[in-house]
Ligand binder design. Sequence first.
Ligand SMILES: [Zn+2]
Ligand SMILES: [Zn+2]
Length: 358
Amino acid sequence: MVIPQTMRVAVMHGIRDVRLENWNVPTPGAKDVLVKIQRVGVCGSDVHYFTDGHIGRYVVEKPLVLGHESAGVVAAVGIEVSSLKVGDRVSLEPGYPCRSCYHCKRGRYNLCPDITFMATPPVDGAFAEYVAWPSDFAFKIPDAMSLDAAALLEPLAVGVWAVQRAQIGMGASVAVFGAGPIGCTTLQAAKAAGATTIIAIDLEPFRLDLAKQLGATHTINGRDPNVLEQIRNITSPLTGLPGSSAGVDAAFETAGSLHTCRMTIEATRSGGVAILVGLPPDPLVSLDIVAAASREVDIRGQFRYANCYPAALELVAQNRVNLDAMITHRFGLEQAHQALEFADKEKKTSMKVMVEFD
Ligand SMILES: [Zn+2]
Ligand SMILES: [Zn+2]
């Protein structure tokens, strides 16, 4: 493979300001692979940096390359790399940790304080024609897998980790608040894990329809004033027993609002698990923790994922989840700016916006 000297990169210079530039192609280190990027999914976090310039304490202070859901073809390998070769199609896990701290040693490397994560200031992401990345965070995909699906292993990894955090069992009932890309990967992961009652809640009928195609057994429009009552009506006949068995075994918050955080906790049955995958915009919020505690609802947080790419890859390879169906719109790399604008404004009609490289 002939590797050019320079490459095109979409660079964020400020709020709603992404420009195409020519940069030098990076040189892979001894343990890195150089990947010719082919697909990058637009994530909610990319859109957030694009429109607000920050997410919490992460502030875009100098030019930043967005994009962290990527897949491509290995163009070169470092001298110590034996696991991959030129021409292999790979999905890149966008965060690599220090590998030696307490959390890394325990396998919870998503909690590593020194993690390097794409498109999180100051680390550049994948809206670039070439990326050099540690080979142990590049996963070879089978021939039958699309590069689209390979890029979307990232949001699927989030769903896989959410379901692992919830420890649901066969025949579980779950509610997923928010049927965007993360909601849809979470509900598919829950289905693959054995959940049989899967309730998706969203404001957009378009997204609820897609959630249903992907495995939701029930959908509820969030504008309905009786969302919780509907969830109880769906779940209370499941046990057939009297008492307050109503509510789901696990509820997932993926919409990122205080309202849905509250609903997630309330929709969980006594003794169930509420997973906060998304986060409300303000950190200090009022929640009825007395009600949650007295019902023994376990509230669990989530930060990205750890060791989920192998499972996500197998779920796709075995057609137990469908990531391709989530892609609704496509843009070229030179249209990265428009792709971000579109993903920001067209939530009613879009699910996953994909940036495709030629
Ligand atoms: Zn993402
Ligand atoms: Zn570490």
